[in-house]
Design a protein around this ligand. Structure first.
Ligand SMILES: O=C(O)CCC(=O)C(=O)O
Ligand SMILES: [Fe+2]
Length: 202
């Protein structure tokens, strides 16, 4: 079976591969996971330097995993694995395994958006420590906020990907090379927590 054949995923792009899977944990478990992560993690709002000025990021975040991480010129020491994040990681690996996609993750960035105003700007997850062709998986819990993609060479129009509660979005090899993504603000929208799983090479 080819690497990106996917029995129950929905291919939003074939090349580079962008595939969405829904109903990752199941209704009750997904709600419980959202609540536990919301209440039990040490959410932080670091200040980042942008165009020479420091701003608090417009969301909260936690780095979790086995290795430190460098992001926007800052070093982050990870929080130890929370059991809920580990359970979600296991569910992701299993679900992808059923689609014949082999994945391994040693790190996750959790983002907490309290409301529609909180957001993430345009970027690619292309830090050298992720290797040249990373497989990154984003899991969404809570409010449905679309992720917006644009091609770096503007060869095709930008597009939105819906990220319903309890879904996962796989960004396969090449996605970070050729596209950027952002989580734009929305007029409405409640709490959302995303987990983006990565494999970091020490
Ligand atoms: O919250 C999201 O859906 C986007 C997260 C993201 O792009 C990231 O963690 O790098
Ligand atoms: Fe990202």
């Amino acid at each position: 079976m080819a690497l990106f054949d996917h029995p129950d995923g929905e291919a939003l792009l074939a090349s580079p591969p962008l595939i969405r899977f829904t109903d990752l944990l199941g209704g009750r478990a997904a709600g419980t996971a959202l609540n536990r992560l919301d209440q039990e993690l040490p959410w932080q709002q670091p200040r980042l330097c942008l165009f020479g000025r420091e701003h608090p990021i417009p969301r909260r975040q936690v780095w979790m995993g086995d290795t430190g991480y460098r992001y926007s010129g800052r070093d982050f020491t990870p929080t130890p694995w929370h059991p809920t994040a580990l359970a979600i990681r296991d569910a992701v690996v299993q679900r992808l395994g059923r689609a014949a996609i082999e994945a391994r993750f040693n790190s996750v960035l959790l983002n907490r958006y309290a409301n529609g105003q909180e957001r993430m700007g345009w970027h690619s997850d292309d830090e050298p420590a992720l290797g040249p062709a990373p497989l990154i998986v984003g899991v969404s819990l809570g409010a449905d906020r679309p992720l917006r993609f644009r091609w770096k060479d503007r060869r095709a129009p930008a597009f939105n990907v819906d990220q319903p509660h309890d879904s996962l979005l796989l960004m396969g090899p090449g996605v970070q090379t050729h596209l950027q993504h952002a989580l734009p603000p929305r007029r409405r929208g409640g709490l959302r927590i995303s987990l983006t799983f990565r494999l970091i090479f020490a």
